[in-house]
Design a protein around this ligand. Structure first.
Ligand SMILES: [Zn+2]
Length: 333
């Protein structure tokens, strides 16, 4: 497939963090006239080329979060992120963030969420990209803070919050510690995905599936586990793979051993995502280029299959999914 064809091919993205995807345009709008050295600032948000562990990777967020503490800035960040995704051929994106990290300027979690939703809505009008918001609960945070995030998601579900997530240090805080919160989400029919099997083990993924996760963030740890792969296949539990990020955080040793091609051939529903567009210095187009560089040319059938898997697992109504499938068919067949 030609470069431009790959770039413009309609794509669906399920795993993209707002604070890790603060675009250059957004940064310029946010810090204008502030005297910041733009290049230094932008550079501080991108992971170093030689980074190979999660600590290196996570340190970049310390430089973007301070810029995201007001309604105005959150709105701009969400808007520009969708603008960047549009240039990638994205037709639907689920953006996620942890509202508890955006209270330093006096905002409540709900106020932060509302501001992001406004930005997403404006972007949908201007760029024609449909979007939904997922709220991340955080490992290591209190039951009370995470409970507030869940309540906020439930309260805002009519306005564009489509699901919840659990992010943060998986090795220190396995997802089962947060079982009660997920049981509550399940009771209220709030769908969720959980970061699992990124740096941790297969058991974490198994726990998440048992708790009722509809998708798994990363999940690369199950690559050699026949039983978990069978469960994901049978239950349609989609893995949100993020190749560039997985390499940078050391979740996988090399691209050559990245389990995308293998799992795809085995019929495991795998999707391709950016995780953090700015921190990883990536785009959805680049992710596909990276895969093509390692595993050979990516054709329309492969791209279409990933988009269908993503639509199947999107936190949308049946009718909304049908409409996306139609867009995909009309534009690619
Ligand atoms: Zn993530």
């Amino acid at each position: 497939m030609q470069t431009e064809e790959l770039r413009n091919f309609p794509k669906v993205e399920l795993h993209c963090h707002l604070d890790g995807s603060l675009t250059e345009k957004a940064v310029r709008r946010i810090v204008r006239e502030s005297g910041y050295n733009m290049e230094v600032l932008l550079d501080s948000m991108r992971v170093r080329e030689d980074a190979r562990d999660l600590a290196d990777y996570l340190s970049c967020f310390a430089n973007s979060l301070p810029l995201l503490q007001s309604e105005e800035n959150l709105r701009i960040a969400a808007y520009e992120l969708v603008g960047q995704a549009a240039a990638d051929g994205v037709i639907y994106i689920e953006v996620r963030f942890a509202p508890m990290y955006h209270r330093k300027g006096g905002l409540t979690q709900t106020e932060a969420v509302k501001a992001v939703l406004v930005g997403l809505e404006e972007a949908e009008k201007d760029f024609g990209v449909k979007s939904r918001l997922l709220l991340c609960m955080m490992r290591g945070k209190t039951q009370e803070e995470n409970g507030e995030t869940l309540s906020c998601a439930l309260q805002m579900r009519e306005y564009g919050v489509a699901g919840i997530d659990l992010a943060g240090n998986e090795a220190a805080y396995p997802a089962r510690l947060y079982r009660e919160l997920f049981l509550r989400a399940r009771e209220k029919q709030m769908p969720f995905t959980i970061h699992a099997g990124e740096c941790g083990n297969v058991e974490n993924v198994r726990d998440c599936v048992e708790m009722g996760a509809g998708r798994i963030g990363h999940g690369v740890a199950i690559a050699d586990d026949g039983e978990m792969k069978r469960i994901c296949r049978e239950k349609g539990i989609v893995l949100e793979l993020c190749p560039v990020s997985n390499l940078q955080t050391g979740a996988v040793k090399s691209l050559e051993t990245y389990p995308w091609a293998k799992m795809r051939e085995e019929g495991v529903p795998v999707t391709v995502n950016t995780d953090n567009r700015t921190v990883s210095n990536t785009s959805l187009f680049k992710e596909w280029q990276t895969l093509a560089g390692s595993f050979g040319p990516v054709d329309a059938q492969i791209l279409r299959q990933a988009a269908y898997y993503a639509i199947d697992a999107a936190f949308l109504s049946w009718a909304e999914k049908e409409s996306l499938r139609k867009t995909l068919r009309d534009r690619t067949e």
